[in-house]
Design a protein around this ligand. Structure first.
Ligand code: NDP
Length: 449
């Protein structure tokens, strides 16, 4: 395994996040490879870490001042052995090949866990939507789609949103795809309700992360009612995580953005959450403004130079990291444990560094890794694809019930796989093994392609 990791490192120099994601999966599936020698013989691991295709392209556009701007666009088509590539677009200045390859790699196993027929992919750009006008966002999205349209399609690759890509961006991207292809198809998910979108899609990732936490607690005969919860981020995932937690009787005391976080000891209730949604989704303001409206809360700016994130240093029972990768490091994980947190359900992708993950697993916490806990979003995207193919729309209740059932079955698949391999309660191993086995079997059946 050490040789394998070394080879991946040599072939992908400097791709820190990608290597981190590969190392975790490789470590988890070692016993599966020992039990199934044909996986080694057919070089499943060596093949699974190599994207089937990676596209990188120029995205030129003109800003409101008439200046030409150039960004870089990407699409990583990682694995299509169980269905068309599926995974979001991320627009954020930090986007690079390593981050998108880690996200695409995680997506392969996550999508396999959902039980729906979806392969894995991810894409995006280093474009920063912050501070840009609607017109600039539209021109950027149109330029991005004018290249990527030839690589995607409803039976080939179906992108969705992620950081920096919400309903507005999906609208502009879809409009351009439709114009270029002269075809109205379900090529993107996260569409508006009136033009092919699914009810519950915006809510799905956050709701799913809460359902997953509820399942982990139920296995111990507990519920979320009365639990104090730390939530990071204040975007799509954080907002709907908070909404569902409030509904289930939990108290959410934090929300954040990349500049800082708010701590509201009294709890963020429905009215306060409504204010946050309006602040972030319509006015596109900063979370700091929360304390102007609710002065009983405090705002703490985040210093990038400090080794810990103080958001994770409050008394609580549950944590829902919902911002970005590696937002909980080993020291933050220690702080969470010290403060009594014993449920962690990851809305974000890979938000915990490997030393933090080890600490959670060693302490036998109820730790739901992102590829299981945040799979609700892509699951409802899969349901959106089904509704588009059938040309009908399911009700809110129907989609929510299906989401709940999928999250239950993901929880079951994780616990089952962990028990089979002698690690009961280890959701990291469980999720990696359950996702990997499904993809590996499909790859074996389809030959060396
Ligand atoms: P949004 O763009 O809606 O929100 C992202 C939030 O995280 C914002 O509050 C943002 O703050 C904050 N954030 C982003 N980057 C950083 C950073 N480097 N440091 C600190 N804070 C940061 O994205 P989503 O809510 O959709 O995504 C959040 C996470 O959930 C991501 O990891 C994503 O991959 C994952 N995810 C999302 C799914 C979905 O359906 N949307 C599905 C599965 C996983 P600011 O405004 O300052 O940038």
């Amino acid at each position: 395994m050490q040789d394998f990791i070394q080879r991946v490192e040599d072939c992908n120099p400097g791709e820190r996040e990608f290597l981190q994601a590969v190392s975790e999966v490789a470590e988890s599936v070692k016993p599966v490879l020992d039990r199934n020698p044909e996986y080694r013989k057919e070089k499943i691991m060596e093949r699974i870490v190599e994207p089937e295709r990676a596209v990188m392209f120029r995205v030129p556009w003109v800003d409101d001042a008439g200046e030409v701007q150039i960004n870089r666009g990407y699409r990583i088509q990682m694995n299509s052995s169980i269905g068309p590539y599926k995974g979001g677009f991320r627009f954020h200045p930090s986007v690079n090949l390593s981050i998108l390859k880690f996200l695409a790699f995680e997506q392969v196993f996550k999508n396999a866990l959902t039980t729906l027929p979806m392969g894995g992919g991810k894409g995006g750009s280093d474009f920063d939507p912050k501070g840009r006008s609607d017109r600039e966002i539209m021109r950027f999205c149109q330029s991005f789609m004018s290249e990527i349209f030839r690589h995607i399609g409803p039976d080939t690759d179906v992108p969705a949103g992620d950081i920096g890509v919400g309903a507005r961006e999906i609208g502009y991207l879809f409009g351009m795809y439709k114009k270029l292809h002269n075809e109205f198809t379900g090529v993107l998910t996260g569409k508006g309700l009136k033009w092919g979108g699914s009810l519950i899609r915006p809510e799905a990732t956050g709701y799913g992360a809460v359902y997953f936490a509820a399942e982990m607690l139920a296995a111990r005969g507990e519920t979320l009612e009365g639990k104090v919860c730390l939530v990071s981020g204040s975007g799509n995932v954080a907002q709907f995580t908070t909404e569902k937690l409030i509904e289930l009787g939990a108290t959410v005391v934090t929300l954040s953005d990349s500049n800082g976080y708010i701590y509201d000891e009294a709890g963020i209730d429905r009215e306060k959450l409504h204010y946050v949604m309006e602040l972030k989704n319509i006015r596109r303001g900063r979370i700091k403004e929360y304390t102007e409206k609710y002065p009983e809360a405090v705002y703490i700016p985040l210093e990038t130079s400090t080794p810990v994130n103080p958001l994770w240093d409050h008394k609580a029972q549950c944590a829902f990291p919902s911002a970005t990768q590696n937002e909980i490091n080993g020291k933050d994980a220690e702080n969470l444990v010290k403060n009594g947190v014993y449920v962690i359900s990851e809305g974000a992708n890979m938000p915990t560094t490997p030393d933090g993950v080890d600490l959670f697993v060693d302490h036998k916490l109820l730790y739901g890794p992102g590829k299981a806990a945040n799979a609700g979003g892509v699951s409802v995207s899969g349901l959106e694809m089904t509704q588009n193919s059938m040309r009908l729309s399911w009700t809110r209740e129907e989609v929510d019930n299906r989401l709940r059932t999928i999250m239950k079955s993901i929880h079951h698949a994780c616990t089952d796989a962990a028990e089979t391999y002698g690690k009961p309660g280890n959701y990291v191993m469980g999720a990696n093994i359950a996702g990997f086995e499904k993809v590996a079997e499909a790859m074996l059946a389809q030959g060396v392609v």
